[in-house]
Design a protein around this ligand. Structure first.
Ligand SMILES: Cc1cc2nc3c(=O)[nH]c(=O)nc-3n(C[C@H](O)[C@H](O)[C@H](O)COP(=O)(O)O)c2cc1C
Length: 202
């Protein structure tokens, strides 16, 4: 059994749903999944103006991510909403603090995976995951791809792809939360990530 850290940021609530679904997959495979929320950087007035307090409240059970805790996990799954085709400043800022882990080689050999959400189908699902993944390449981690191991990856017309689970989160209210296929892909990824992590960590 392996311990998997799921480090994420979610502004409007869909990526935390994704994080919880992946965690359920890890636990279905007998692993331990622990969510960690990357600290917010938005000014309080932006949170108020955009009415984001309920989303924050819905994540109040999740401890903040801490750089010094990361080496305690056997594998890390990192999730960020898409911003202009790449990761959020919040997640990037958190990763920018991991220099001491890099210099100490503390994440070398651990598994890594990534997920994202985007409001449009061609707005950056792949680019966000690929740009996040350079973190793992540089840290010497073992990237666990989703591939097409979940059959829903072939049929989903919203999120989900070979690089990692994704969610289509349109801003017009036409879709709420994860579709059944997005959820199936996310859950299967959690299971697969744990199974591989347990072997790598053995
Ligand atoms: C400043 C900003 C930039 C964004 N850039 C993109 C983008 O490049 N492509 C896209 O499809 N969606 C984009 N979005 C939409 C977000 O990716 C989407 O709202 C997010 O994935 C929802 O995740 P969350 O509910 O966890 O916050 C952007 C949103 C904001 C606020």
């Amino acid at each position: 059994m392996a311990r998997v850290g799921i480090v994420y940021y979610s502004m409007y609530g869909s990526n935390v749903e994704m994080a919880r679904t992946i965690a359920a997959g890890v636990e279905a495979d007998g692993g331990t999944a622990e969510l960690r929320a990357v600290p917010e950087l938005l000014p309080d007035e932006v949170i108020r103006e955009q009415g984001l307090e309920p989303v924050k409240e819905a994540q109040s059970d999740v401890p903040h991510a801490r750089v010094d805790e990361l080496p305690e996990f056997d594998g890390l799954i990192i999730g960020s909403p898409t911003r202009y085709g790449s990761a959020t400043g919040q997640v990037q800022n958190f990763l920018d603090q991991t220099g001491p882990l890099f210099f100490g080689g503390e994440l070398v050999g651990k598994t890594a995976g990534f997920f994202t959400g985007a409001s449009t189908i061609h707005g950056g699902h792949e680019t966000t995951i690929l740009s996040l993944s350079t973190f793992a390449w540089h840290q010497g981690m073992v990237i666990v791809p989703a591939g097409y191991t979940a059959t829903a990856t072939f049929s989903s017309r919203t999120g989900g792809g070979p690089y990692g689970p994704t969610i289509l989160a349109p801003t017009d209210g036409s879709k709420q939360g994860l579709s059944d296929e997005e959820a199936e892909i996310a859950r299967a990824y959690g299971q697969r990530f744990h199974a591989i992590t347990a072997k790598v960590a053995a």
